[in-house]
Design a protein around this ligand. Structure first.
Ligand SMILES: [Zn+2]
Length: 66
């Protein structure tokens, strides 16, 4: 049951450019440019996201991207 509630909230936070863990703006996170033109963003809570500079969207980093 809980998953059904959390997934839409996380999707909404991502669309707002916020961390799914603590809701902090990812613009304040530690940024690191990647070879493919995206940016790796590390939130202060340790969660890692990928920022697509073309579509200007955030997504969770995959295990192999961390
Ligand atoms: Zn966070």
């Amino acid at each position: 049951m809980l998953k059904n509630v959390i997934a839409p909230i996380q999707a909404w936070l991502m669309s707002q450019g916020r961390c799914v863990g603590d809701g902090k703006p990812l613009s304040a996170g530690k940024r690191q440019k990647r070879k493919d033109g995206t940016e790796k963003v590390t939130c202060s809570c340790g969660r890692i996201f990928i920022y697509d500079t073309k579509s200007k969207k955030y997504r969770r980093a995959l295990l192999e991207e961390v």
